[in-house]
Ligand binder design. Structure first.
Ligand code: AMP
Length: 223
C-alpha cells in the first residue's frame, strides 16, 4: 500500500501514520523527521535545511525529492509506505509522479486530514507540553510564531495539492477533528473500501509481512 497523508501542521498526520504503520506493516516516510535527523547529525543537507526549518519555510524541492527517491529504494519500503509531509508543493507532486512511474510503483490514495485551523495552535502547544513532560527537546518550529508561518506555507504551497490529487481521482478527505481513534477507523475503512489493504486473514497467514513491520518501525535515517 502506498499512501500520502495531506494536512496542515498539527492535523495529526504523524500520529495517524504511526498507527497505519503498525496495522499494515508499511513504513512511514516523514520528510520532516528525516530533515530533523539530518540537522541533528550536521550533514550537508541538515546544514542547508536548519535555518529554513527554524523559520517555518520550505526546504528546496530538489533536496526533499532526492531524499524521498533514495528512501523509497530501500528494502524496508518495498512492502509499501506512507508519505507524511511530502509532497508539499505541486512541483514535488509532479516529481513524485515521475519517480513512481520510473520505479513502476502505484500510489493507492491521498488522504487529506481536514481540520479547523483554530484548533491547530492548541494542538501544537499540547504537543510541545507533552514533549517537555517526557524530558525531550521541543521542536524549534513548534512555537506560535513559527506555526503561523508554517500555516501560511501550507495554504500557499501545499493546499493546491488538494485540487491536484482530486483531479487525478486520488483524494479522500477525512474529518481530522474527530478523536484519534475515529480518524484511524475512518482511514482504515476507506482503505478497505478501496481494496488497498489485505484482508485480515491473509495478513495473519503471512509471517514474512509481520517481520517486515518490525523493520518499518526503525527510526528515520539522516540523509
Ligand atoms: P514537518 O515535520 O512535516 O512539520 O516538517 C517540518 C519542517 O521540515 C517544515 O516546516 C519544512 O521546513 C521542512 N519540510 C518537511 N517536509 C518538507 C517538504 N516536503 N518540502 C519542503 N520542506 C519540508
Amino acid at each position: 500500500m502506498r499512501l500520502i497523508l495531506l494536512g496542515p501542521p498539527g492535523s495529526g498526520k504523524g500520529t495517524q501514520a504511526q498507527r497505519l504503520v503498525q496495522k499494515h506493516g508499511i513504513v512511514q516516510l516523514s520528510t520532516g523527521e528525516m530533515l530533523r535527523a539530518a540537522v541533528a547529525a550536521d550533514t550537508p543537507i541538515g546544514l542547508q535545511a536548519k535555518d529554513i526549518m527554524a523559520a517555518g519555510g520550505l526546504v528546496p524541492d530538489e533536496i526533499v525529492i532526492g531524499i524521498i527517491s533514495d528512501r523509497i529504494d530501500q528494502p524496508d519500503a518495498k512492502n509499501g509506505f506512507i508519505l507524511d509531509g511530502f509532497p508539499r508543493t505541486v512541483p514535488q507532486a509532479e516529481a513524485l509522479d515521475d519517480l513512481l512511474k520510473k520505479k513502476r510503483l502505484k500510489l493507492d490514495a491521498v488522504v487529506e486530514l481536514r481540520v479547523n485551523e483554530n484548533a491547530l495552535l492548541e494542538r501544537v502547544e499540547k504537543r510541545a507540553t507533552e514533549t517537555r513532560a517526557r524530558g525531550e527537546e521541543v521542536r524549534a518550529d513548534d512555537t506560535p510564531e513559527v506555526l503561523t508561518k508554517r500555516l501560511a506555507s501550507y495554504r500557499a504551497q501545499t493546499e493546491p495539492l488538494i485540487h491536484y490529487y482530486s483531479e487525478r481521482r486520488k483524494l479522500l478527505t477525512v474529518d481530522g477533528m474527530m478523536t484519534i481513534e475515529h480518524v484511524t477507523g475512518e482511514i482504515n475503512r476507506i482503505l478497505e473500501a478501496l481494496g488497498a489493504t489485505e484482508p485480515k486473514a491473509a495478513r495473519r497467514a503471512s509471517p514474512a509481512k509481520r517481520s517486515a513491520s518490525g523493520a518499518a518501525r526503525k527510526g528515520a535515517k539522516a540523509p
